[in-house]
Design a protein. Structure first.
Length: 118
């Protein structure tokens, strides 16, 4: 089972970027999907999540109004559209998925680096 993340890169502050993640080897239609991020020396922090039934999104306060999480169950993907990026958004972004109907994230992508220059 794999989660393959892509789409990271270098952007300037104020610009937008989209990262996405594809599930392989397993269907994630009954999993809660999420994005978390980590910078060196800090713990991984929650960014956004989306439920498997009502597609209800949830966001960290730091990204609310700037980031949008979405999922496409037909393609087994989850995406994070990031707008008005700030240098403090610089991090390695990880996608994650719970087990079926679960609450703990047990599947993780390899991470994709997003760098925002000032």
């Amino acid at each position: 089972v794999q989660l393959q993340a892509s789409g990271g890169g270098l952007v300037q502050a104020g610009e937008s970027l989209r990262v996405s993640c594809e599930g392989r080897g397993r269907v994630f239609t009954t999993s809660r999907l999420a994005w978390l991020r980590q910078t060196p020396g800090k713990e991984r922090e929650f960014v956004a999540a989306i439920s498997w039934s009502s597609f209800t999104p949830e966001y960290a306060d730091s990204v609310k109004g700037r980031f949008t999480i979405s999922r496409d169950d037909a393609k087994n993907t989850v995406a994070l559209q990031m707008s008005r990026l700030m240098p403090e958004d610089t991090a390695v972004y990880y996608c994650a998925a719970t087990g079926s109907y679960g609450s703990a994230f047990i599947y993780w992508g390899q991470g994709t680096l997003v760098t925002v220059s000032s």
